[in-house]
Design a protein around this ligand. Structure first.
Ligand SMILES: [Zn+2]
Length: 393
């Protein structure tokens, strides 16, 4: 019997990733419908049972299962999002929705984030089937909507509907082929700063909200929010991404709005993050209001969980385990880790450094390597699970 890893077909994997890139699933505005027929055909062709889960019009996720999923065998889930972020086409050197291969790189919006990763996960299954491997793991593919704007219509909707069951999960977001077990969370907040308007010729007689906003901005950027860096995630951060205030140069500004991105470490709540902002703002003596625009918690899988070491060896080889890493940003892994206690690892081809950027790409060699790792995972997971069932959760 052929080894499933050896049956990985790079051209086939690139073709699937290309076809996926050619489906426009930009979010916002948010519409995953164009890619559903393609993914349905692909998964049905691999013998999967397929269901479209559509909690809102135009926001479908595709649920594909290979195996009976009757709890007689372990369930391994692949969770990948089908939506991509928008593009500024003039900044691209290739058409962003064509899927151009240049210098060993597949280029296009979603190439690494994360249509390439999904294609690699699917190619791993195809390779198993081509090699004649009889899978003794149930595979569940949740190809979801809406990750890029928070997951409300995708993984969160599936979670709320009670549709997620798995013994372990892999999210093939770009991890540079590292095994990522922790990620930072984020608080997005709007801070409105109030002053007192006056004539621009005499600012001392009024109170400038813009001047206060400048002090606040500097304080937030320089702040140390936690005394100790997280082993994998470093220190949290705060970025003032938007500043808007005043009416005219000859008027002392009576108000100024800041929009803030505050990254948080595992264990920190939305209230913790808000309190940490107030702790910077209050001593400055500025008059302000603070509104939470959104919050996503951080998440972490314990490095000692046997699924981590197992995946390190599956992806890197015995004796040359793939390194464990952290991600500075968030993925749908947090829902699986925090709400469902499913041991979840982010592992995929490509790099977050080119995700969301112009000329996004994934190296073809990384697609191949990832597909080989997935083939190895599917063929060995049941054995691993049987050996370590007591320690995985
Ligand atoms: Zn992503």
């Amino acid at each position: 019997m052929t080894n499933a890893r050896d049956a990985v077909d790079t051209g086939r994997c690139v073709d699937l990733a290309t076809a996926m890139i050619q489906c426009d699933t930009r979010n916002p505005p948010g519409n995953e419908s164009p890619i559903i027929p393609l993914m349905t055909d692909v998964m049905k062709g691999l013998g999967a049972d397929v269901e479209v889960f559509e909690p809102a019009a135009g926001r479908p996720s595709l649920l594909a299962t290979v195996g009976p999923c009757d709890r007689s065998r372990p369930i391994l889930m692949i969770n990948g999002h089908l939506d991509v972020v928008p593009v500024t086409e003039s900044e691209w050197s290739v058409p962003p929705f064509a899927g151009v291969v240049r210098d060993g790189k597949l280029m296009g919006r979603g190439a690494c984030d994360m249509k390439g990763g999904i294609a690699a996960a699917i190619e791993g299954l195809r390779a198993c089937l081509d090699a004649g491997v009889r899978l003794d793991t149930d595979l569940v593919f949740h190809l979801v909507a809406d990750e890029e704007t928070g997951g409300r219509w995708g993984t969160a909707a599936l979670l709320n509907a009670g549709r997620i069951t798995a013994d372990a999960a892999v999210v093939p977001e770009p991890s540079e082929l590292g095994v990522c077990i922790a990620e930072r969370g984020v608080l997005l907040a709007r801070i409105e700063i109030f002053g007192r308007a006056g004539h621009g010729s005499d600012p001392a007689a009024a109170h400038s909200a813009v001047a206060d906003a400048a002090r606040v901005t500097q304080a937030l950027h320089l702040a140390h929010f936690d005394p100790e860096p997280h082993l994998l995630l470093g220190l949290p951060s705060c970025n003032v991404g938007v500043i808007r205030g005043g009416t005219a140069p000859n008027v002392v500004a009576s108000h100024c709005v800041l929009e803030v991105d505050r990254r948080v470490l595992p264990g920190q709540t939305c209230e913790d993050a808000v309190d940490s902002l107030r702790a910077i703002l209050d001593p400055l003596g500025v008059s302000y209001s603070l509104e939470v625009l959104g919050f996503a918690e951080a998440s972490e899988l314990a490095a000692e969980n046997p699924f981590v070491g197992y995946l390190q060896e599956v992806c890197g080889g015995v004796g040359t385990p793939t390194p464990v890493r952290g991600l500075c940003l968030g993925t749908d892994a947090r829902f699986l880790r925090n709400q469902l206690d499913i041991p979840t690892v982010v592992y995929g081809p490509g790099s977050m450094t080119v995700a969301h950027a112009a000329d996004e790409y994934v190296a073809v060699a990384e697609l191949t390597k990832a597909a080989e790792s997935f083939a190895g995972l599917y063929t060995s997971f049941a054995r691993f699970f049987a050996e370590s069932v007591a320690g995985i959760t």
